[in-house]
Design a protein around this ligand. Structure first.
Ligand code: AMP
Length: 420
């Protein structure tokens, strides 16, 4: 293994591709910020307990994928595998739900860790932007979140994604369905691990990707037929609101998702250009989660969109974001005196809010102009001894190639005018 290799299942974000990641994060956050969601940041690790209770003791995330560690002080911690449990924990700790304004609407952006088998689109360290609306049961809130995710993806130019929608029922109707499903599943020809899953979390058997399992599930009881009237009405309302907003979705009664805490509305955004790791984002309602982690009853809904997979989706659709070059002006000094003078000019430009860079290391004109080109700067400032003696610098338009002498004292104003 090379000394310079990132750990298995991880990768580094380096320029220029890293700029796309920043832009994707900003694009997902923008509609949230415009809709009353406040930014929240929580630690990269939590007590193991939180995820065991919150995400679910029987989920793959907790049983197989969590990075856990014992500190020197004996605390059992886990690197966060997802955002919702942490955000809810933080909101409860800060008593945000008691401040009067429900729902508490929060958005976040950060790194998450799962010990998964790495493949294209599946990493051990990945990044999500998420949103949670805590403390209110209202179908308009579920619809709002789905609409905002749709808006975020569309603002990036993505078109080949689909929204899958389902309702998982509530604490009244889901247990009845669960029992009916268990009775059905126990008669099937399944391996030991799946049999165990039937007893712990039978809904997740429906999510099994294997063809021989799926074949046996054709006649499985459908959750839809077991939804209580309240859940049915709630789900119909969410569907109607999405339709009214012009958001296209597909009903997917097999959608159960890998976390235990979901109730009622669940949804996933899938992208058709990504192969097997097609889920770019997902979420749903989690009315029981607060109580599961020891809090009061706080019906809530949220989602998390994967930044890595969203970038892959952009690449799959051949979308190049219109990212402006960071550097507007690149200074090329010729000689010691010019180095000092031009560095002073660059500092002044930066203070005036004009993005400027400098040819460091005292290189020759040819090499420095190459760097100016690579920087993407719109203008180069070139000055040698003769220019300085005349009190001017040469201002070169890198697009047209045109060059003119500008008095040193007027460079900043001239550039500000030209750059608009
Ligand atoms: P989940 O909490 O599993 O529903 O994940 C929400 C989103 O995070 C997914 O739709 C993916 O876009 C992203 N995601 C989850 N796990 C990974 C992973 N191992 N690697 C990359 N992205 C991931």
């Amino acid at each position: 293994m090379s000394t310079f290799q990132a750990p298995k299942g991880t990768y580094d974000l380096t320029p220029p591709r890293s700029a796309t990641f920043l832009a994707v994060r900003a694009a997902i956050a923008a509609p949230l910020r415009d809709s009353g969601y406040g930014y929240i940041e929580t630690p990269g690790f939590e007590n193991v307990e939180l995820f065991a209770r919150g995400v679910g003791e029987s989920t793959d995330i907790v049983t197989k994928e969590m990075y856990t560690l014992t500190t020197k002080g004996g605390d059992q911690l886990a690197l966060r595998p997802e955002g919702t449990a942490s955000v809810l924990r933080a909101a409860l700790e800060a008593n945000l739900h008691k401040a009067g304004n429900l729902p508490v609407k929060l958005w976040y952006s950060g790194s998450y860790y799962r010990y998964e088998r790495p493949q294209a689109g599946r990493y051990r360290h990945f990044s999500q932007v998420g949103a949670e609306a805590i403390g209110t049961e209202d179908p308009i809130l579920d619809a709002e979140l789905i609409i905002l995710a749709d808006q975020a993806y569309r603002s990036l130019g993505l078109r080949q994604f689909r929204i899958l929608l389902n309702s998982l029922g509530d604490k009244e109707c889901r247990p009845v369905y669960r029992e009916a499903l268990q009775t059905f599943l126990r008669d099937l020809d399944l391996d030991e691990e799946t049999r165990r899953r039937i007893e712990i979390n039978p809904l997740r058997v429906l999510d099994d990707k294997r063809a021989d399992v799926q074949k046996q599930l054709t006649d499985a009881p459908k959750l839809r037929d077991y939804l209580c009237d309240a859940c049915k009405a709630y789900h119909e309302e969410v569907r109607a609101l999405l339709t009214a907003a012009g958001v296209v979705y597909e009903d997917d009664e097999k959608l159960v998702r890998g976390l235990d805490y979901y109730t009622r509305t669940t949804f996933e955004f899938v992208h058709d250009g990504l192969g097997s790791q097609s889920a770019v984002g997902g979420g749903g309602r989690y009315d029981g989660l607060s109580e599961m982690i020891g809090g009061p009853e706080l019906p809530s809904v949220g989602w998390a969109l994967g930044v890595d997979r969203t970038v892959l989706a952009l690449e799959a659709e051949g979308i190049e974001l219109d990212l402006p070059y960071v550097t507007s002006v690149y200074a090329v000094p010729l000689g010691e005196e010019a180095r000092r003078v031009l560095f002073g000019v660059v500092t002044g430009l930066r203070r005036a809010g004009i993005a400027a860079d400098f040819a460091f290391g005292g290189r020759g004109l040819k090499g420095a102009m190459k760097s100016a080109n690579r920087s993407g700067a719109r203008y180069a400032l070139v000055a040698g001894e003769r220019d300085l003696a005349e009190g001017v610098v040469q201002l070169k338009d890198m697009e047209s190639g045109e060059q003119s002498a500008v008095p040193l004292t007027e460079v900043a104003a001239e550039l500000a005018k030209r750059l608009g």
